[in-house]
Design a protein around this ligand. Structure first.
Ligand code: FAD
Ligand code: SF4
Length: 510
C-alpha cells in the first residue's frame, strides 16, 4: 500500500518549527487543520478566546501556504474534529495519522480510538514546548509520597542548569525568593505601569471577529479590546517588550491587585506560549539575558522563571498523571451552582466585580485574581468543581485543559484533596484588603463577619473554617487559621453560620 500521511496541526500546536514539519515530504504528506465549532463551544466560551484561536490558526495557515506546504484547511466546520479527520482519512486513503501530543486528554484518547477504528498508524510526536516530557514527569513522580512543586522545580533547575552557580548551588544561595515577591502596591496606588504591547487586529482577525459575532452572538465577553499577538512574529515582539519594559517590577508586585489595573506588571505571555507561538526556552533565555546584563533583580527573575520552569511544567505533568479522574474530583463534595454573576460581573462585591469585569473585557485576569478572588470565592461558596473548571476553561484566552484543570481542581479548589498542594488556598476579606484597594469603596466591610454589611468573602471564610476545623487542626500549615477561629466566641460562630447560609441561599444577589 502507498504510504499517505495526514499531518494534523491542532489549534494549540501552531509552531512553524514543529517536528511535524521537519523533513516534511509533500509527495506523501499533507497538513490538515480544522476549525471545529464543537471545539469552540463545547464549553461556554468567551468571544475573545474563540477569536484568538481562530485568528492564530488562520495566520498559521497563511504561513504554511507561503512555504508551499500542502494544506487542507477546513473553515467554520460544524463537524467535531474527530469527524472531520475521519472523513479526510477515508476520502484520501490515509495510512498514517501524525500529530504532536494533544493538550487535552479527551482528544488524545479520541485520536487513539479513531486510528484504531480506521486501522491507520497513529504517530504522536513529543511536544517540544516543554522542558519535561510526560514520561519523565511520571518517572520523577513515581517514588514520591507527595507531589510538591518545590522539589520538582529544584530538579528542573539543576537538570537544565538554570540559575545554578559554579558550585552547583542555587544562584544567590536560595532556591526561592517568594518572600520578596508579595508586595502590595503603595496606598497611593501602583503609580506608572508600562503598558503591555498591543496588536491592532488585521484583516484576518477582523474577518474572524465578524464570524464570531455572527455565530456566537450570545457568548460572554467582548472583542472590543482584543489586542493579543496572533502570529509568531507578534509573540516575539510581545516577549521582547515584556523583558525590556515590564519584567523589572514583575516580581515585587506579582501578587498585588488594584481596581481597574487589569495587567499589573504581568507578562501576558501565557496565550502565546500555550498556542506554541513561543517556546518557553526562548522566554527563559531572554529573561536570563536581561538578568545577566544587570537590569533586573534575582528575586524577580527567579520568581518569573519559577512560573514557567516550575508551575507550567509541573501542572502539565500532574494533568497527564491524574486524568481522567482529575476532572471529576470533588474532595469536599461541593454541589452549589456557579453564581450567575460569574458571567456578567453584576455583583455588589467590588473585588469580584473588578476581576470578572476585566475577564469579560479582555479574556484575562492575572494569577492572584484567578486564585484568590474568583477561585477562593468559588471554593468558599461550595460550588461544584466541574462548573468552576468549565467557567475557567471557557472564559480565559489562554485556557487549555492541561493547564486550566490542575490549576482549578488542585490549586484553587483543593478538589483533589491536596494531591499537590499542602493546604486549601482560602482567604477572607482581610487578605483582599491587604493586597488591593478593592475594599475601599465596597458596600461590604472586610472586617465584619456577619450582618448586612459583612463581607461575603469573610463570612464564608469563617464558615468554611468552622466546617473543616477538625482537618485544619491536624495540618501544621492551617493550624494557625483554626487557632484564630478559637478566639471567636461560640455565639458569634453560630451567627456566622446563619449568615453564611443566607448568603449561600441568595448567592446570585450578593
Ligand atoms: C484557577 C486558575 C486557573 C488558571 N488557568 C490557566 C489557564 O487556563 N491557562 C494558563 O496558561 N494559566 C492558567 N493559570 C495560571 C496563571 O494564572 C496564568 O498562567 C497567568 O495568569 C497568565 O498570565 P500571564 O501570562 O500574564 O502570567 P505571568 O504572571 O506573567 O506568568 C508568566 C508565565 O508563567 C506561567 N504560569 C504562571 N503561573 C502558572 C500556573 N499556576 N500554572 C501554569 N503556568 C503558570 C504562564 O505561562 C505565564 O505566562 C490559572 C491559575 C489559576 C489559579
Ligand atoms: S469587602 Fe469583601 S466583597 Fe468587598 S471588595 Fe473587600 S473582599 Fe471583596
Amino acid at each position: 500500500m502507498i504510504e499517505k500521511r495526514l499531518v494534523l496541526v491542532l489549534g494549540d500546536q501552531l509552531d512553524i518549527n514543529s517536528s511535524l514539519l521537519i523533513g516534511f515530504d509533500p509527495s506523501t504528506s499533507e497538513v490538515l487543520m480544522v476549525e471545529s465549532q464543537h471545539e469552540s463551544d463545547y464549553v461556554w466560551s468567551h468571544k475573545a478566546k474563540i477569536a484568538f484561536f481562530l485568528s492564530a490558526m488562520r495566520h498559521f495557515a497563511e504561513e504554511l501556504r507561503r512555504r508551499d506546504i500542502p494544506l487542507t484547511y477546513i473553515k467554520e466546520s460544524n463537524l467535531s474534529i474527530e469527524q472531520a479527520i475521519r472523513l479526510q482519512i477515508q476520502e484520501k486513503c490515509i495510512t498514517h495519522l501524525v500529530c504532536v501530543e494533544p493538550g487535552e486528554w479527551r482528544l488524545k484518547k479520541a485520536l487513539e480510538a479513531l486510528a484504531s477504528d480506521l486501522n491507520v498508524k497513529l504517530i504522536v510526536h513529543e511536544d517540544t514546548h516543554f522542558y519535561c516530557t510526560i514520561n519523565e514527569f511520571q518517572q520523577w513522580a513515581a517514588d514520591k509520597k507527595e507531589l510538591r512543586l518545590e522539589y520538582f522545580y529544584r530538579y528542573m533547575r539543576k537538570k537544565h542548569h538554570i540559575l545554578i552557580d559554579q558550585a552547583s548551588q542555587p544562584e544567590g544561595g536560595a532556591w526561592n525568593y517568594d518572600d520578596q515577591n508579595r508586595r502590595a502596591y503603595s496606598k497611593n496606588g501602583p503609580g506608572l505601569i508600562n503598558d503591555p504591547l498591543k496588536f491592532e487586529p488585521d484583516d484576518i482577525t477582523r474577518e474572524v471577529f465578524d464570524f464570531v459575532e455572527q455565530q456566537y452572538p450570545s457568548h460572554p465577553g467582548s472583542l472590543e479590546q482584543f489586542s493579543w499577538p496572533v502570529t509568531r512574529g507578534q509573540a516575539l515582539m510581545a516577549l521582547d517588550h515584556f523583558v525590556n519594559h515590564r519584567l523589572e517590577s514583575f516580581g515585587t508586585y506579582q501578587d498585588a491587585m488594584w481596581k481597574e489595573t487589569p495587567f499589573g506588571w504581568h507578562s501576558l505571555l501565557s496565550a502565546a506560549l500555550n498556542l506554541k507561538l513561543l517556546n518557553p526556552r526562548e522566554v527563559i533565555e531572554q529573561v536570563l539575558d536581561v538578568y545577566q546584563h544587570g537590569s533586573v533583580t534575582l528575586a524577580t527573575v527567579e520568581g518569573f522563571i519559577r512560573q514557567i520552569l516550575g508551575w507550567r511544567e509541573f501542572v502539565r505533568g500532574v494533568y497527564y498523571l491524574d486524568m481522567p479522574n482529575m476532572k471529576k474530583a470533588n474532595h469536599y463534595d461541593h454541589q452549589q451552582p456557579l453564581p450567575k454573576w460569574y458571567w456578567t460581573g453584576q455583583t455588589q462585591m467590588n473585588c469580584m466585580k473588578d476581576a470578572v469585569g476585566q475577564t469579560l473585557k479582555y479574556g484575562y485576569a492575572h494569577h492572584i485574581q484567578r486564585l484568590m478572588i474568583t477561585g477562593n470565592f468559588a471554593l468558599l461558596a461550595e460550588v461544584l468543581p466541574e462548573e468552576v473548571s468549565d467557567w475557567y476553561l471557557g472564559i480565559y484566552v489562554d485556557a487549555i485543559e492541561w493547564v486550566e484543570l490542575p490549576n482549578v481542581i488542585g490549586m484553587a479548589l483543593f478538589a483533589n484533596g491536596g494531591r499537590f498542594t499542602s493546604k486549601p488556598y482560602v482567604a477572607s476579606g482581610a487578605y483582599v484588603k491587604r493586597m488591593s484597594n478593592y475594599c475601599d469603596r465596597c458596600q461590604y466591610k472586610p472586617e465584619l463577619r456577619y450582618g448586612d454589611q459583612a463581607c461575603p468573602m469573610t463570612t464564608l471564610y469563617w464558615n468554611f473554617l468552622i466546617k473543616h476545623q477538625e482537618t485544619f487542626n491536624q495540618n501544621p500549615r492551617t493550624r494557625l487559621m483554626t487557632a484564630n477561629l478559637s478566639k471567636i466566641a461560640l455565639e458569634d460562630q453560630k451567627l456566622i453560620q446563619v449568615h453564611a447560609k443566607s448568603i449561600l441561599d441568595r448567592i446570585d444577589f450578593v
